[in-house]
Design a protein around this ligand. Structure first.
Ligand code: ACM
Length: 768
């Protein structure tokens, strides 16, 4: 049992003192996992607080316990009501909000101008009551959340442990970006995410509202932006998201919806920063109003993912349009910052346009990158005039943006370094480190998404201030935010799966500079329970059991592990769901064939994840899912999903969309006679811009093409060639002979040229 399992398991049986004597006990009480000597139950505060002193005893809450807010202090009253609602939700107890009154036996919210910083607070809990002090209601709010977390650190607890907390954030910008363009989330779904952001003390919701695939925000002066730009053809997996086959995929936020979200977030001290993309990622806008595009031709709203050529024309007419749009946006969003995108605007259309070239000449602008700079600077000046500040992706550095403009660094951290050293404020949102649409594991049950894998631990190790930024310029780092680009998060459940629990790691790294992964990990079981109680579909990837089975004579040797090693693994081989007293896994297990293994990691009685199941039989030992194969290049690849079924998990395929070539390394072909390869056909709806020339095409030997298998090399005569004609409907299993002795690498390729669909592998089964 590891040290945290010890603390938690002993707690469960009332033997904490035994853990406290262990030399391995965590000593980092300040971060919030445990108290002095661990003789006190862990608090599991997330993010960890700046300073925590634990004391003996606790304050027991009961029905009717008062939450006292200063008379006439509206902000404090709102916080009091929020805390009462939270406690009701977690414990069922209804506390009473009181307008001033006796502090004894109450939770008191007090204004204290001596506490510096609007988000800072102090919390004192004794057996007689609790006091939260702050100079502003924002600080009171965070104090209330800390108190609620302390209350919910233990299941079914109705008492808040005695303690003193002094707390304030490290960074002013602690954010999450949600892309509502690639897939649409309802306002209720967004509210649920905003709730969790607040509980993690995040304060900035960056709302990606426009892109090539949709324009989501109602602009009264330009109704076609949402009437036309709010819908697109539902292609491939998206067909399952529309009510009837053939219907478009649509979603629009009315201005009332937007005001509702802004107000809801504000009540939780979250600023909503809208993003209106320009000059690229503009296809949906240009599909709605082609007169503001370069070619004046009307494209369809894009059904492709990637980089599209459509740019706004840099004409006065476009600026009038954009300023009118921004006027309505500024009226809806009180945020100081307005995000104008600026990323991935390939310049082909500007280069090809006589009018744009003539305009450049007239302006004395020598290249199209500088024209983008001029474009963004003009918008920046407009925002400045209106008392707002521009923020954009790091491409905005290509031009002379106003000194007040802030830069969001996504192409790694380079943009942040350049910008901060030039004196711009910066927000770190680098890919892939903070991209939550990147997958969390390579396991077969992992959802579709981008690669490489960004684990909970990798995210936790992200440091928001790049070392190349001088100490003097570090003040320009406003903070960091995680992003959820939504090409592969079509449903709210998938957005939640992408966001949580990894967002908790980002919350901690932006709130405190006391990074301690093991301490954070020890606080995760309580945090996962909080997510569950709020019906958040958090990913349990970091805690779920993975199986690795290898043939061992007429049996198999199976290794079990979890990504984080938290807790202890228990398993069954009789088909029953593992419980805490099922056999404990201590070393690889020898199992007869066939065996169905089920396994879960536990801390005490708490299962840390859904049980995982693995059937180990003769066939499975000779089978590889595409997700367990390697790619032929050093591309990261991605996990793409099948269109069906509409409900339930869809098949996921690991593939390099540029080169459909996989390797299964070190395969013992002794006795193998046949091969069966599961394939499916997916839309090849990737806009690769200038990268298109790098797509690998292989000669076909029949009209439908084939899947070819070679031994060791990917060149030369195939050892097996399976015609795709047999799979004309898409999903199919192709079979053929495969001969070979000894151990080989298999190279598996699909012939032909991808587009408008392409073939992907499901799994590869060898047969004796
Ligand atoms: C981005 O990922 N294009 C900001």
């Amino acid at each position: 049992m590891n040290k945290y399992a010890c603390v938690l398991a002993m707690m469960a049986v009332g033997m904490l003192a035994a853990c406290a004597m262990s030399p391995n006990n965590p000593s980092h009480a300040a971060a919030g996992a445990t108290g002095p000597g661990d003789a006190i139950a862990p608090l599991s505060l997330v993010p960890a607080v700046a300073r925590l002193d634990r004391h003996a005893g606790s304050f027991a809450l009961r029905e009717g316990t008062r939450i006292v807010a200063p008379a006439g202090d509206e902000g404090a009253h709102r916080v009091a009501q929020y805390l009462a609602d939270r406690i009701k939700r977690s414990t069922g107890m209804q506390l009473t909000v009181a307008d001033g009154g006796d502090a004894k036996g109450a939770i008191v919210l007090a204004s204290d101008p001596a506490i510096e910083g609007e988000e800072a607070y102090a919390l004192d809990v004794t057996s007689d009551g609790a006091t939260i002090r702050a100079s502003r209601s924002h600080g009171l709010f965070y104090g209330a959340i800390t108190l609620w977390q302390a209350l919910t650190a233990q299941p079914d607890s109705h008492a808040v442990p005695a303690m003193h907390v002094d707390d304030a954030p490290r960074f002013a910008w602690r954010g999450l970006m949600v892309d509502s363009a690639r897939h649409f989330q309802t306002t209720d779904e967004l509210r649920k995410i905003i709730d969790q952001m607040a509980l993690l003390k995040l304060n900035t919701f960056h709302w990606h509202l426009t892109d090539d695939q949709a324009w989501r925000i109602e602009i009264k002066k330009y109704p076609d932006l949402t009437r036309i730009g709010g819908c697109r053809k539902a292609l491939g997996p998206d067909a399952a998201l529309v009510e009837e086959p053939g219907k478009p995929y649509c979603g629009v936020y009315t201005q009332d919806d937007v005001q509702g979200i802004v107000a809801y977030a504000a009540e939780r001290y979250i600023t909503v920063v809208p993003e209106i993309e320009m000059p690229g990622h503009a296809q949906a806008a240009i599909a709605s109003y082609p007169q503001f595009g370069v070619t004046k031709k009307r494209p369809a709203v894009s059904t492709d993912w990637g980089v599209m050529p459509y740019l706004y024309s840099p004409s006065d007419k476009t600026f009038t349009f954009m300023e009118n749009v921004l006027d309505e946006v500024m009226a809806l969003f009180p945020s100081t910052y307005i995000h104008v995108g600026g990323d991935e605007a390939i310049k082909d259309q500007w280069q090809a346009s006589k009018a744009v070239q003539a305009q450049m000449k007239q302006l004395g602008i020598t290249n199209e990158e500088k024209l983008q700079g001029w474009f963004i600077a003009r918008i920046g000046a407009y925002l400045d005039e209106h008392g707002r500040r521009l923020i954009g992706w790091d491409e905005i550095l290509d031009g002379d943006v106003p000194a007040s403009a802030a830069v969001m660094s996504w192409r790694g951290t380079k943009g942040a370094v350049i910008a901060a050293n030039k004196g711009h404020d910066v927000v770190l949102a680098p890919a892939p480190d903070l991209y939550l649409d990147n997958v969390q594991s390579r396991l077969p049950d992992e959802v579709p998404g981008r690669m490489p894998v960004i684990t909970l631990e990798a995210l936790y190790h992200f440091e928001p201030v790049p070392s190349e930024i001088s100490a003097e310029n570090a003040k320009h780092v406003l903070g960091a935010e995680a992003t959820i680009f939504a090409e592969q998060t079509p449903t709210a459940a998938r957005v939640e799966h992408a966001a949580f629990p990894r967002l908790a790691a980002l919350a901690e790294r932006t709130w405190t500079n006391q990074a301690d992964w093991q301490d954070f990990l020890a606080r995760m079981p309580a945090q996962m329970a909080r997510f569950k109680n709020d019906d958040i579909k958090a990913a349990d990837t970091a805690f779920g059991v993975a199986f690795e089975a290898t043939a061992n004579g007429d049996k198999a040797m199976v290794k079990l592990s979890t990504q984080t090693g938290l807790g202890s693994i228990h398993y069954t081989i009789d088909g029953s769901t593992p419980v805490a007293n099922s056999p404990a896994y201590t070393a690889p297990i020898d199992v007869p064939l066939p065996t169905t293994l089920m396994a879960t990691a536990f801390i005490g009685e708490q299962a840390l994840a859904q049980p995982r199941t693995q059937v180990v039989d003769a066939a499975s030992l000779l089978r590889r899912d595409s997700t367990a194969l390697e790619l032929c290049t050093d591309s990261n690849g991605s996990r793409q999903e099948a269109a069906l079924p509409v409900d339930g998990p869809r098949r996921t395929h690991f593939v390099d969309i540029m080169n459909t070539c996989w390797r299964w390394k070190g395969v013992d072909l002794t006795g193998v006679r046949h091969i069966a390869i599961e394939v499916d056909r997916l839309p090849w709806n990737f806009a690769l811009a200038h990268e298109i020339k790098n797509v690998v095409t292989r000669p076909k030997h029949s009209k439908a093409g084939e899947v070819e298998v070679r031994l060791d090399s990917c060149e030369g005569e195939p050892a097996a060639s399976l015609g795709l004609a047999a799979a004309h409907d898409g999903k199919a299993t192709l079979t053929g002979d495969l001969q070979g002795e000894g151990t080989h690498d298999l190279c598996i390729v699909v012939t032909g040229k991808p587009g408008p669909t392409f073939w992907v592998l499901g799994n590869v089964q060898l047969q004796r």
